[in-house]
Design a binder for this molecule. Structure first.
Ligand code: SF4
Length: 267
């Protein structure tokens, strides 16, 4: 545990985000890493519980108490971001948390980073209604790469993700972005199908990202957030896409999709 990232709280940071400024993390999962994916690059390491189960993982009152404590420290907070120890939409009380934090700090926008596997679920759609921005993770253009990169829970397919996003888009009026982590296994044929999916989703922006640190071999709560430290845990280095290759893919995707891109590779 460090003073900067105390691991006993459901609220952590603020940590600097390359796009959004000082981002205060909210962890509605908290007790163990739990996600409907087990991505090969996940900063949390190997996910302990790979599941699509939607339930209350940590109480709203606990998150609210931790949030009030941080607010009291008068730190600069540009945005609140839901992410944490896994997939935040698996928390059935997510909507309640969003509303409670909005009451306490209405001026701070609230964003969520989700892998979009549960977006067809009416409760999840309802929980996301008060979010200012929803950032959808999408890393693959076909089922084969989807399975290799995201290693989803049983029954989760790329088709299900895209259908969920389509259904969610019909009802959500806030801003929607897609965040993509390109891994070296993406192939040129897949770029076209990926661009096609992006076009269909029609997000306001697409963010192209790269893993910033090595893959921890097991879960440690300290690894929440966007910081570079891995806190001395055992790690495996990741093979990442080259900058040249990433820019080539980005240009191709821009041409094929006609969408707006942000990229860590071109900044
Ligand atoms: S979706 Fe996010 S939390 Fe889940 S395994 Fe992938 S990177 Fe980790």
């Amino acid at each position: 545990m460090t003073a900067e990232f105390p691991n006993t709280k459901t609220v952590y940071g603020p940590v600097p985000s390359w796009r959004f400024g000082e981002s205060l993390g909210i962890d509605p999962i908290f007790h163990r890493s739990t996600c409907s994916f087990n991505c090969i690059y996940c900063q949390l390491g190997n996910i302990e519980k790979v599941t699509t189960e939607i339930k209350e993982y940590v109480s709203t009152s606990r998150v609210v108490a931790d949030f009030k404590e941080i607010l009291g420290q008068k730190k600069k907070i540009d945005v609140i971001t839901y992410s944490g120890s896994g997939e935040p939409t698996l928390a059935s009380n997510l909507g309640e948390i969003v509303i409670s934090l909005k009451e306490l700090a209405p001026e701070i926008p609230q964003f969520i980073l989700t892998n979009a596997t549960e977006l067809k679920n009416p409760l999840v759609q309802k929980n996301l209604q008060h979010m200012d921005k929803v950032i959808l993770k999408l890393d693959a253009g076909d089922e084969k790469t989807f399975n290799l990169v995201n290693r989803p829970a049983e029954g989760v397919t790329l088709k299900r993700v895209v259908e969920g996003i389509r259904s969610f888009r019909e009802n959500f009026k806030g801003s929607v972005e897609v965040q993509t982590m390109f891994m070296p296994i993406i192939n040129s044929h897949e770029i076209s199908s990926f661009a096609q999916i992006l076009k269909e989703i029609n997000p306001d922006f697409v963010q192209l990202n790269t893993p910033k640190r090595a893959y921890p071999l097991s879960w440690h709560r300290e690894n929440r957030g966007n910081h570079l430290a891995v806190h001395n845990h055992k790690v495996r280095n990741l093979r990442v896409i080259s900058k040249k290759e990433a820019i080539k893919i980005q240009i191709k995707l821009e041409e094929l999709s006609g969408l707006n891109f942000y990229s860590v590779y071109r900044s």
